[in-house]
Design a protein around this ligand. Structure first.
Ligand code: FAD
Length: 387
C-alpha cells in the first residue's frame, strides 16, 4: 500500500497547479518542497501574457501592473513599438504572492504540503522518495522541482540552462512609461536580451538572460544602467539570480515518474517564460496521471509525453531556430534588420498577430506578407526555415 497516489516534488507554481487539479480528481496528493517559505527568493520577472487568464486562476491582488505595449531597441537605439488596443498584452505579477496563492489553492483542495522537505533521491520504478531521515512511497512521482531538478537527473536528461540576473530599481522620479515593457538587444548578450518591466513610473525590474556567468551579467546590467541618462542614478533595491532551462525534446516520462514545468524544460526559448506552458501541461498531466492511477496502468503515463510533444514540439523547435539565428547576428545585422522592420511598419503586424506565448502565428504572417524575405539576409532565412 503506497502512502500517496501522487508525490509532487516542488511547490513552485507549476507543481502546485498540478496538485490542485489532481486533488480535484479525488487523488491523495503530497507536495514536498525544500524551501521554508514558498516563492522566496524571487527568481522571475513576473511578466505573463494575457493568456494567463485562460490557463490559470489569477487573483487581482497579485497583479502589480498591466502592460499594453512593447518597445524593441536595436544596439544603436532604433526602436520599434507595438501596442494591443483593447485588452492588456501582459500582466506584471507579484510572483512570490502568486506562488503562495497557488500552493494554498492546492491545500484547500486537499493536497498535503510539506515545506522544509528536501528530496535527496527518487526511485522511479518503485515510486519511492528519499529524504534525509525518512522515505515515502507514491503510485506516481511528479518532478516539478525546477531547473535543478533531482527527479530529472534520474532521466539522465542533463538539463541545459542559461543564467539570468535581475535588479529591482527605483529612480525616485517619473522615468518609465508604465504601460510598455522594453527589450534591448545586442550581440554581446544574444540570444538573450535585456528586459525593462515597469512596476510603476519610478520602479522597474531590469534583467537579462544570457549564456554567461552571473558576474558577467552583473557587469552588463551595471553598464546598461550607467550608460542610460535616466537610469544612471537609480537605486538598486534588490538583485535576483536564477537559471532558465533550454528546451530539448528528451523523455519526460519514465516508469512511475513524469517531469513537469522547468524540470521538463517546458520553457519558451525566445523569452525564457515557463509559466503559461507549465500551467497548460499541469492540466494535461493531471488528467493522464489520474487515468493511469484509476486504471492501475502506468503505461498510460506515456500519453502525457505524446500530448506535450504534439502541442509544443514544433513551436519550441521553431523558437530554438529563431534563437540560434538571432544569436549569430552581429550588432550591424541587428541594427539593419530592426531598421528594415521599422520601415516596413512591422509594428502593425506584431500588434495584430504578436503573442507573448506563441511565435508561430506572427512568423507565418510575416512570411505571408513577404516581410521576412526582404529583411533577413538570404542565408539566415534558409537557416531558420530549412529551405
Ligand atoms: C530571472 C528570471 C526571470 C523569469 N521571468 C519569467 C517571466 O517573466 N515569465 C515567465 O513565464 N517565466 C519567467 N521565468 C521562468 C519561470 O520563473 C519558471 O519557468 C517557473 O518558475 C517554473 O515553475 P516551476 O514550478 O516549474 O519551477 P520553480 O518555480 O523553479 O519551482 C520548483 C520548486 O521545486 C523546489 N525544489 C527544487 N529542488 C527540490 C528538492 N530536491 N526537494 C524539494 N523541493 C525542491 C524549489 O524549492 C521550488 O520551490 C523567469 C526565470 C528567471 C530565472
Amino acid at each position: 500500500m503506497k502512502d500517496y497516489d501522487v508525490a509532487v516534488v516542488g511547490a513552485g507554481p507549476v507543481g502546485s497547479t498540478f496538485a490542485r487539479y489532481a486533488s480535484q480528481k479525488g487523488l491523495k496528493i503530497a507536495i514536498f518542497d525544500k524551501k521554508k517559505e514558498i516563492g522566496v527568493p524571487l527568481q522571475c520577472a513576473g511578466l505573463l501574457g494575457n493568456k494567463i487568464k485562460e490557463v490559470n486562476i489569477l487573483p487581482e491582488e497579485v497583479i502589480l501592473n498591466e502592460i499594453h505595449g512593447a518597445c524593441l531597441y536595436s544596439p544603436s537605439n532604433t526602436m520599434i513599438s507595438m501596442r494591443k488596443k483593447e485588452e492588456p498584452l501582459a500582466y506584471v505579477l507579484d510572483r512570490v504572492a502568486y506562488d503562495k496563492f497557488l500552493a494554498q489553492l492546492a491545500v484547500d483542495k486537499g493536497a498535503e504540503l510539506f515545506l522544509n522537505h528536501r528530496v535527496n533521491d527518487v526511485d522511479t520504478k518503485n515510486g519511492e522518495i528519499f529524504f534525509k531521515d525518512k522515505k515515502i512511497s507514491a503510485k506516481v512521482i511528479v518532478g516539478a522541482d525546477g531547473y535543478s531538478s533531482i527527479v530529472s537527473n534520474k532521466f539522465k536528461n542533463n538539463l541545459k540552462t542559461v543564467q539570468a540576473a535581475q535588479y529591482l530599481v527605483d529612480t525616485g522620479k517619473d522615468t518609465f512609461n508604465d504601460d510598455y515593457f522594453q527589450v534591448n538587444v545586442n550581440s554581446e548578450i544574444s540570444p538573450g536580451f535585456i528586459w525593462t518591466i515597469p512596476l510603476s513610473e519610478s520602479t522597474a525590474r531590469i534583467g537579462l538572460f544570457a549564456n554567461s556567468s552571473y558576474k558577467s551579467l552583473n557587469i552588463i546590467l551595471n553598464n546598461f544602467l550607467e550608460s542610460n541618462e535616466k537610469l544612471k542614478d537609480a537605486e538598486i533595491l534588490k538583485k535576483y539570480y536564477g537559471k532558465i532551462p533550454l528546451y530539448d525534446s528528451k523523455d519526460i516520462v519514465k516508469d512511475r515518474a513524469i517531469l513537469l514545468g522547468d524540470s521538463a524544460s517546458q520553457v519558451k526559448p525566445t523569452t525564457g517564460g515557463g509559466l503559461i506552458i507549465g500551467f497548460i501541461c499541469a492540466k494535461i498531466a493531471a488528467e493522464i496521471v489520474s487515468e493511469a492511477i484509476n486504471s492501475n496502468n502506468m503505461n498510460i503515463l506515456k500519453e502525457y509525453q505524446k500530448q506535450f510533444k504534439k502541442m509544443y514540439n514544433n513551436e519550441l523547435k521553431l523558437q530554438l531556430k529563431v534563437q540560434e539565428t538571432y544569436g549569430s547576428l552581429s550588432d550591424e545585422d541587428l541594427d539593419s534588420v530592426i531598421l528594415k522592420l521599422k520601415e516596413k511598419e512591422v509594428g502593425k503586424i506584431v500588434s495584430e498577430y504578436g503573442d507573448l506565448d506563441s511565435q508561430s502565428p506572427l512568423v507565418i504572417n510575416l512570411l505571408k506578407s513577404g516581410i521576412l524575405f526582404s529583411v533577413l539576409p538570404k542565408l539566415l532565412f534558409r537557416k531558420i526555415f530549412g529551405l
